[in-house]
Design a protein around this ligand. Structure first.
Ligand SMILES: Cc1cc2nc3c(=O)[nH]c(=O)nc-3n(C[C@H](O)[C@H](O)[C@H](O)COP(=O)(O)OP(=O)(O)OC[C@H]3O[C@@H](n4cnc5c(N)ncnc54)[C@H](O)[C@@H]3O)c2cc1C
Length: 597
């Protein structure tokens, strides 16, 4: 049976040393986030995830969801009770604005809970996760009337939300959507069509399910330009807020799939269902992107979360499992064998994992801070900077962290040898669950193209310039302290490879777009390493500062510094190789005719 311990100490360190929440105490919501409150939320959130969500992760995976003959769907045993506790504890309300019943706390605090809950039970965490994404879209573009009708119950958790984009013939290319929305005399729309792969599309956790559905109106162009977004509730909502008749939307079937078995992935049939236009007609994609950007950051967190829980279990196992002797002589002479943690190759897998999870945690919490600053920072310049930074890094957080999260989860499974392949240890579940994060919310290849094709050039390259300036600042501060100079020099070299690769893409990607496509994934990974490296320099500096000040837990900071050094020695070197791959261009990649495959 796998275990999970929320990384409370590491999280509090990141919030203090990297996010420096204190600096923003004057901004709305940040004033309430006093150190005591933050510590309480992180600790209690950790306990909830350890004690309520983790124990039903393996059983939920084994039982899965059940669709009944009437089209209703039950989540696995224990999920409804856990969801009720989640709602009662207000865990879904952390980041939501007070006017809809939320606690209005900074995104960084809500993101902590997202990580803990996705480590403890990713399938469970998706139900409230999709709800938060749906709320974000309604908050951003909904009319006051729609906001008042739907948001309070969604924020409370009494109702949950979904996002309905995908259709059988339409995945990445949303222009191919066929679902129709016909205007009705009362101002509503009649929605008809079939959506597939809809996460949390039907279940028994909440009283109502609010579907956000992409569809085309009759006169709209048959392309992305013709897409509108609609709210389609499972139960219609009466003017007084009470639930009305069942709407014309139902779950046709649930998918049998590789992982996240406890989250219902549904085929949703819309048969003249009543829908309400969200935002402007034919501007649906823009509204949906608000939801998807929030969701992409959330999916990046899933990559971190699965890696974290997998590495924790691998470390526990490696300390216990006795096999072979250390290369440098017995470390456990009283027994016939040493624990496998003595073997450098096992250490490699554990240290790769640790260097990734601690760096990724810093990056997602810092990223969450930028989300808030983009709206709440005091000056327009600060707001623009934060928006530029998070826009640039959203595809990296989604794509790089989920690619790496899966890789780290697989390496953690490897630490278990054959036992990692056996279900009862839970490791193969982490690998299966981690896999989907690379696919949904825009497959990682699409994230890489978004980065290279759109984000780099956005506003004349302002985002990348601002980010490189931030990195240069870390390099300068890091190099000024002899104890962090080597790590900072590594970051400087990595940033140099990034700049070289960027220049090459600018020169060769315009002339031949296949060059940009061929190098996009490597570029996303290159920027990912630079981003984690910048976090490691920041964390190393903070650790020295804490040790200099005589911090109580010297072991924690010493371990941080060793992991920082490992990251510098083992991860930065990949940047040069990634640049070489990018500069190889697309010729050999595209040369074979399709029939040759
Ligand atoms: C478990 C699960 C849950 C999901 N939940 C939801 C949900 O809640 N709501 C929802 O709407 N959808 C959901 N999806 C759908 C998911 O978002 C899509 O599967 C995903 O967007 C990819 O679409 P597709 O499967 O049609 O693949 P395709 O679009 O057919 O892509 C296939 C491959 O081709 C690549 N590709 C496609 N176009 C390009 C291009 N232009 N350039 C480069 N590469 C390209 C892709 O990267 C991918 O590797 C879910 C899917 C699964 C499996």
């Amino acid at each position: 049976m796998p275990s999970y311990r929320a990384p409370v100490k590491d999280t509090l360190f990141v919030l203090e040393a990297v996010c420096k929440l204190d600096n923003y105490a004057r901004l709305p919501g940040f004033g309430e986030a006093t150190p005591d409150l933050v510590a309480a939320v992180v600790e209690e959130g950790g306990k909830f995830c350890e004690g309520v969500l983790a124990p039903i992760n393996l059983s939920g995976d084994q039982q899965g969801c059940t669709r009944h003959a009437d089209g209703s769907v039950s989540a696995p045993d224990g999920f409804k009770a856990a969801y009720d506790q989640f709602v009662e504890g207000g865990w879904g309300t952390l980041m939501a604005p007070a006017e809809y019943g939320g606690q209005g706390l900074p995104h960084a605090i809500g993101t902590v809970f997202q990580e803990f809950s996705a480590s403890a039970n990713m399938a469970f965490a998706m139900y409230p996760g999709l709800n938060e994404g749906a709320q974000a879209a309604i908050m951003a573009v909904g009319s006051p009337e729609l906001k008042a009708r739907f948001l309070p119950n969604m924020v409370h958790g009494r109702w949950t939300g979904t996002m309905n984009l995908t259709e059988p013939q339409c995945g990445t290319d949303l222009g191919l959507i066929r679902t129709r929305a016909v205007p009705q005399a009362d101002g509503s729309y009649s929605i008809s069509g079939t959506k597939i792969f809809i996460s949390a599309g039907e279940h028994d956790l909440s009283e109502n399910i609010i579907h956000l559905v992409l569809a085309k109106t009759p006169d709209a162009p048959d392309s992305v330009k013709g897409i509108s977004l609609f709210i389609v509730p499972k139960f219609l909502v009466n003017p007084d807020g009470s639930l009305g008749a069942r709407n014309g939307v139902s779950c046709g079937s649930i998918e049998h799939k590789m992982g996240i078995h406890a989250n219902a992935t549904c085929v949703m049939n819309y048969d003249g269902a009543t829908g309400y236009l969200l935002g402007e007609e034919m501007k649906g994609l823009r509204a949906m992107f608000i939801m998807m950007n929030a969701a992409r950051l959330g999916v990046g967190v899933q990559g971190l979360a699965q890696a974290e829980v997998a590495v924790q279990n691998a470390a526990n196992y490696a300390r216990d499992r006795l096999q072979g002797r250390a290369l440098t002589g017995p470390k456990n002479p009283d027994a016939k064998a040493d624990p496998i943690i003595v073997h450098p190759d096992v250490r490699r897998m554990l240290m790769d994992g640790r260097a990734f999870t601690e760096g990724a945690r810093a990056l997602v919490l810092w990223g969450a801070l930028q989300v808030d600053l983009a709206h709440k920072a005091a000056t327009p310049e600060e707001r623009e900077l934060a928006d530029d930074l998070i826009s640039l890094l959203t595809p990296v957080i989604k794509g790089y962290l989920t690619d790496k999260g899966y890789e780290v989860a697989t390496a953690a499974q490897q630490v278990f040898g054959g036992h990692g392949y056996i279900a009862e240890w839970g490791m193969e579940q982490f690998v299966r669950d981690a896999r989907i994060a690379m696919i949904y919310e825009g497959a990682n290849g699409i994230q890489a193209m978004d980065l290279v094709g759109r984000k780099l050039a956005m506003n004349g390259g302002r985002g990348l310039r601002a980010y490189l300036a931030l990195v240069a600042e870390s390099v300068a501060v890091g190099k000024a302290d002899p104890r962090t100079a080597a790590l900072a020099a590594g970051l400087e070299a990595a940033a140099g490879e990034l700049q070289g690769a960027t220049m090459w893409l600018m020169q060769n990607g315009m002339a031949n777009p296949d060059n940009a496509g061929a190098g996009a994934s490597a570029y996303m990974h290159l920027l990912g390493i630079v981003a984690l490296g910048q976090m490691w320099v920041t964390m190393a500096l903070a650790s020295h500062k804490a040790l200099d000040a005589g911090a109580g837990d010297a072991g924690f900071f010493a371990a941080k510094l060793i992991t920082a050094r490992y990251f510098g020695e083992r991860c930065f070197p990949d940047c040069a190789a990634l640049r070489r791959k990018i500069e190889a261009g697309s010729e050999a990649m595209m040369a074979l005719p399709a029939e040759a495959f």
